[in-house]
Design a protein around this ligand. Structure first.
Ligand code: B4P
Length: 188
């Protein structure tokens, strides 16, 4: 089973993906984490994307697509992937569809983790104290939320058409959301 989880930055995608990895023995593919790893390694790509991430904008579709394809073409992860934070816009949704077909795979469920801007601001300010991420600044967090909202609507419509979309209330406690997601996956 492959699964997509999306929601604004700070919605709890990473938190819930960790739970799904443990319970359903899948592999998490977080585009945010992969991009942050590149930044940390100070590779040419990392240097190129540092200012993009720190300003709250999206990294180019081409760069993210290359990162995704490395996983989809790897037999070790076949039908075992959680796409965390990908797709983020319609072009990425079409690209994922293309790459899945090319690698004889499909998506079984799409989880839309829905949270308000107020909740995002609160969680990101708390995380900043612990993790000290440069993009966890309130002004950047608002920009990230707006970028997300602007791009995600066509993605939601895309997955509604294929009947894969499930909206999850991301405002609850971590364990409440764990239970809701478990029930949805077990119901496939
Ligand atoms: P992301 O990686 O998506 O952002 P994130 O802030 O890590 O979000 P996540 O939802 O995983 O939050 P977490 O579980 O940590 O994006 C970062 C940047 O990368 C983007 O702005 C963009 O530039 C770039 N990017 C990523 N994907 C891209 C793509 N496909 N294309 C182009 N660019 C892309 O949860 C947040 C905090 O809340 C944690 O501290 C957690 O402990 C807490 N929390 C979680 N759930 C909670 C709950 N239910 N109650 C209370 N606290 C909770």
């Amino acid at each position: 089973m492959n699964l997509v989880i999306f929601g604004p930055p700070g919605a709890g995608k990473g938190t819930q993906s960790n739970f799904i990895v443990e319970k359903f023995k899948l592999h998490q593919l977080s585009t945010g984490d992969l991009l942050r790893k590149e930044v940390k390694s100070k590779s040419d790509l990392g240097i190129e994307i540092t200012s993009i991430i720190n300003s709250g904008k999206l990294v180019s579709d081409e760069i993210v697509s290359k990162l995704i394809e490395n996983y989809l073409s790897n037999k070790k992860y076949k039908n075992k992937l959680i796409f965390d934070g990908y797709p983020r816009n319609l072009q990425q949704a079409n690209n994922l569809d293309y790459l899945l077909k090319k690698n004889s795979q499909k998506i079984s469920i799409v989880l839309n983790l829905s949270v308000s801007l107020e909740t995002v601001k609160k969680r990101i300010s708390e995380r900043k104290i612990i993790e000290k991420r440069k993009d966890d600044d309130e002004v950047v967090a608002i920009k990230r939320y707006e970028t997300y909202e602007k791009n995600i609507k066509p993605v939601i419509d895309f997955y509604k058409k294929s009947n894969l979309l499930k909206v999850v209330n991301g405002e609850g406690s971590i364990t409440e959301i764990n239970s809701e997601i478990s029930a949805l996956i077990e119901g496939i």
